[in-house]
Design a protein around this ligand. Structure first.
Ligand SMILES: Nc1ncnc2c1ncn2[C@@H]1O[C@H](COP(=O)(O)OP(=O)(O)OP(=O)(O)O)[C@@H](O)[C@H]1O
Length: 628
């Protein structure tokens, strides 16, 4: 039999378009062809298990080989094969049924992935790297005649009998000039490792040398010899495809190491396994996060029936879950479509919700079963939980039971427990409960100490997400405000009915204010006289909570550019009840007055970590002269 014909498409010559347009992503040709080989093998296995194929399955290893001289790459399988009729039907027609649409749409598509799958062009991706493609195939059906198909990248093909005697299909690519990089062992190995590492049928690529036991030497020690064995590049049975009941912790950890050989051990993991209403399997690992958000992203690998698709799962899992590692495998995620389409897809939404729920359930369970261990891991989990809460309402609902607030004394409380703990003592005269927090225990030490001396509790919010989390908590908790310990003097942060009275007259107060303004001489420092306890600091420098939050947001690119441009404004609270202030007032020596005011102010700056450079030098000099 010999036949020539034209591939049934309306467009004159589609291959140059494919080739040119898809050039950047052309390595996926191998993924497509190996996937077809795997499908053909799996189909035969299924027929065999259904009793529709009674022959011997034999070794079904798929083989990838290349010939540098002949400039060919060959993908051989021992699957169902095709008859000439089937080649005509599947290769010539089916693959191009969407061709007209393709030609219209290809201009919009952004990468090869989008086109290849969307238009069923899997096989034709071969033409991205080949000038000519040949198929040699023998169907599994009894008495089938082997067929040969050749196409040189134009729309015409040639089909004839082949002398192939073994079942299955060989696809031979005659690699074009621009794609000769693929005629290279290391490059092919790299692509196979990327896309085919967990395919369910063994894939052989050349051979490798290993050592095998070879009896004993004269001294009775074991001997080894080198042997050449098939180089099988894939693990056909990765952990996520197994039943959770069949896996031990070691298996999960071993699989983690297989995926990320250099990563630290994960904290724990979740095995996803669902059939209905969508099919999804996978294992998600919780890594140790350690505050380095960005490094952690893009670690989840997306597979479809064990074929690697991408590690950009941005639109499939919620943003905060991007911090997780591991794999998800779902044939129900529409793969090769545009991102905006993905977001609107109902399966994708369901999958995303499902994963979110699973993760929340797992965390809830850990918290319930072993709170101590949960607290110990909080440094890593906390960031993740808070990120989840501020970004996903559904997650927040569940997580509000186990999100922990950590105090500066390293104690942990749930939201409920904490509210209970501080509800009386930290209630102000307006009936608001004030949560005090620190973001830097070293820098804010003097403020923390003052608050603790008063019997107040101080939370620690020192992770990158805490700025957002603080606003979130405030929104979600009624009649509760969060204030950083250094955002004002304490009795302004939590105002009580029985607040201290100022021991100074209005006149004295005014005099002190003027004196300090003169001593400080800084436009961004606003002086105010406050009535604090005698044992509190004589001068305190603070930055307003609102102002600081806006500035923080501007710094993080949160759109508060206006605030970002403002200078850092501080409030200088002079404690009118402090003995030092009285001493300054009563002193008759103008120089001493100014010196003491400067000294008290510098001490306040010093305890905020704001005293540097020439000012610090002057302070040290002045201090020396004071103790002289
Ligand atoms: N190695 C093979 N053995 C047997 N049949 C094959 C082989 N490769 C391709 N085919 C047949 O050709 C058809 C078209 O293949 P093609 O890769 O273009 O599309 P697909 O595999 O159906 O879909 P896609 O690759 O886009 O997911 C296949 O459905 C299959 O019937």
């Amino acid at each position: 039999m010999q036949e020539k014909g034209n591939i049934s498409i309306h467009t004159e010559n589609i291959f140059p378009v494919i080739k040119k347009f898809l050039y950047s992503d052309n390595e996926i040709f191998l993924r497509e062809l190996v996937s077809n080989a795997v499908d053909a093998t799996q189909k035969l296995k299924r027929l065999s298990s259904l009793g529709q194929f009674t022959g011997d399955l034999g070794d079904t290893t798929i083989e990838i080989s290349f010939d540098e001289q002949a400039k060919t790459i060959t993908i051989s399988d021992k699957g169902i094969g095709m008859t000439a009729e089937e080649v005509k039907k599947y290769i010539n027609q089916i693959a191009f049924s969407g061709a007209t649409e393709f030609v219209e749409k290809f201009k919009e598509a952004k990468d090869a992935n989008e086109i290849i799958g969307r238009f069923g062009l899997g096989f034709y991706s071969a033409f991205m790297v080949a000038d000519k493609v040949e198929i040699q195939t023998l169907s599994y059906q009894e008495g089938a005649q082997a067929a040969k198909w050749i196409c040189d990248g134009s729309t015409s093909y040639e089909i004839s009998d082949s002398d192939k005697t073994t079942r299955g299909t060989d696809v031979i690519l005659y690699i074009n000039k621009e794609s000769e990089e693929f005629l290279n062992k290391a490059r092919l190995e790299e692509i196979l490792a990327k896309y085919c590492r967990f395919l369910p049928v063994p894939i052989k690529f050349g051979t490798k040398t290993t050592s095998e036991p070879d009896g004993e030497d004269e001294e009775g020690k074991p001997k080894y010899k080198s042997v050449e064995v098939d180089n099988i590049i894939n693990n056909t049975n990765p952990a996520w495809t197994k039943a959770p009941a069949d896996l031990k912790d070691e298996d999960y950890l071993a699989f983690y190491r297989e995926l990320y050989p250099f990563a630290e051990e994960p904290l724990f993991w979740i095995h996803l396994n669902v059939d209905y209403p969508f099919n999804l399997t996978g294992i998600l690992y919780f890594p140790k996060i350690k505050n380095d958000f960005d490094l952690q992203r893009n670690k989840i690998k997306l597979f479809s029936r064990q074929v690697f698709i991408t590690d950009e799962v941005k639109d499939i899992v919620p943003e905060f879950l991007m911090l997780l590692h591991g794999v998800i495998d779902s044939p129900d995620i529409p793969l090769n479509v545009s991102r905006s389409f993905l977001q609107a897809d109902s399966n994708v939404k369901r999958i995303s919700n499902y994963i979110t729920k699973k993760v929340a359930d797992k965390l809830g369970e850990l918290f319930k079963t072993d709170r101590k261990a949960f607290e110990e891991k909080w440094k890593d989990i906390g960031l993740f939980v808070k990120y989840g809460m501020v970004s996903e309402d559904k997650f927040a609902e569940k997580a509000s039971d186990f999100v922990l607030l950590q105090t500066v004394d390293h104690e942990f409380f749930t939201l409920k427990e904490y509210a209970e703990k501080v509800k009386d003592i930290q209630k102000d005269k307006h009936d608001h409960v004030i949560y005090l927090y620190a973001s830097d225990m070293t820098k804010q030490d003097s403020f923390i100490t003052t608050a603790k001396d008063k019997g107040y509790d101080v939370l620690l919010f020192d992770s990158p997400i805490d700025g957002h989390f603080v606003s979130y908590l405030e929104q979600k908790t009624e009649k509760t405000q969060l204030k950083r310990v250094d955002s004002d003097v304490l009795n302004k942060l939590i105002q009580k009915e029985d607040d201290k009275q100022l021991a100074l007259s209005e006149e004295e107060s005014g005099a002190i204010k003027t004196l300090f303004e003169k001593a400080i001489q800084k436009e961004n420092m606003k002086v105010e006289v406050a009535a604090l306890g005698e044992d509190e600091m004589p001068v305190t420098v603070t930055m307003d909570e609102f102002m600081r939050r806006m500035k923080d947001m501007a710094q993080q690119g949160g759109g508060m550019g206006f605030y970002g441009a403002l200078p850092d404004n501080y409030k200088v609270s002079v404690n009118g009840n402090h003995p030092l202030i009285k001493r300054i007032l009563t002193s008759t020596d103008e120089a001493e007055k100014e010196n003491l005011a400067k000294q008290a102010f510098d001490l306040a700056l010093l305890s905020n970590g704001l005293l540097t450079g020439a000012e610090l030098t002057q302070f040290v000099k002045r201090s020396v002269s004071l103790i002289d």
